[in-house]
Design a protein around this ligand. Structure first.
Ligand SMILES: [Fe+2]
Length: 244
């Protein structure tokens, strides 16, 4: 069975690995076919195969461990696409699934006390449960696609796998990330994985960069869930800095 991650002691983890670099260059180049060719070339594995493996419980088990909420997506095709997108991102990244339990959800918040995985799962759960309550109370007055909300929330930060890289065991901003925000690279990854435009839209607009766009209802929900789980930590960090 193909392993998603090299062993943790692999020195390639400390800097951009050659394959990850080549794949990232293909992404920066903006060529969808370039990315696919690069991924297939370096790993001998295409998205179609990744989706098959995902469906068979192969490498996708890492993704399912990271995201138990994927099972809440009712549309099985959408579920497979979400898994394939995360798999694809890990192949392009120097980060590995286990890293997401350890790195902070934001490297911009000093002393950030919550892991990437804990934060992103919380955002997805808050978005999904809020959407469910809203759908129940507003009914036809505000149509909401719960699958789209959840898929979008789970994928919102998938681009951070390219925005960050591991250096000496810590997540730092990558040279790619300094130029291409995760909302952009994430949307590109989502398109490549065949996700519907409604989900790609959420990935592209969930963050502050989306303020210039006309967000869908589903994107508004993910945007606010993300910020309600983020802004308190920023406020606390600012207070702590001011009190030093
Ligand atoms: Fe984000």
């Amino acid at each position: 069975m193909k392993q998603v991650s090299p062993p943790r002691e692999d020195p390639a983890r400390e800097t951009c690995s050659g394959a990850a670099d080549a794949n990232r260059r293909a992404l920066v180049g903006g060529s969808v076919m370039g990315i696919l060719a690069s991924v297939i070339g370096s790993n001998g594995l295409g998205l179609a195969q990744a989706q098959t493996i995902a469906a068979s419980g192969g490498p996708a088990s890492d993704i399912s461990d990271l995201w138990p909420e994927i099972d809440w997506i009712e549309d099985t095709t959408l579920r497979s696409q979400v898994i394939a997108c995360w798999e694809s991102a890990f192949r392009l990244s120097t980060l590995h699934p286990a890293d997401l339990y350890n790195i902070p959800f934001s490297i911009k918040i000093p002393g950030c006390p919550v892991s990437f995985n804990a934060h992103k799962r919380c955002v997805a759960i808050v978005a999904y449960k809020s959407a469910k309550e809203m759908a129940g109370l507003f009914g036809a007055a505000l149509p909401i696609n719960l699958d789209v909300v959840l898929a979008g929330a789970i994928l919102a930060d998938v681009g951070k796998l390219l925005e960050y890289e591991m250096l000496n065991g810590k997540a730092v901003m990558s040279s790619h990330g300094r130029l291409v925000k995760h909302s952009v690279s994430g949307a590109h990854l989502a398109l490549d994985a065949g996700l519907p435009d409604s989900v790609v839209h959420i990935v592209a607009t969930h963050s502050g960069e989306g303020d210039l766009n006309e967000r869908s209802t589903e994107s508004w929900i993910v945007h606010h869930a993300d910020f309600m789980c983020t802004d308190p930590f920023i406020a606390i960090a600012k207070k702590q800095l001011a009190n030093r």
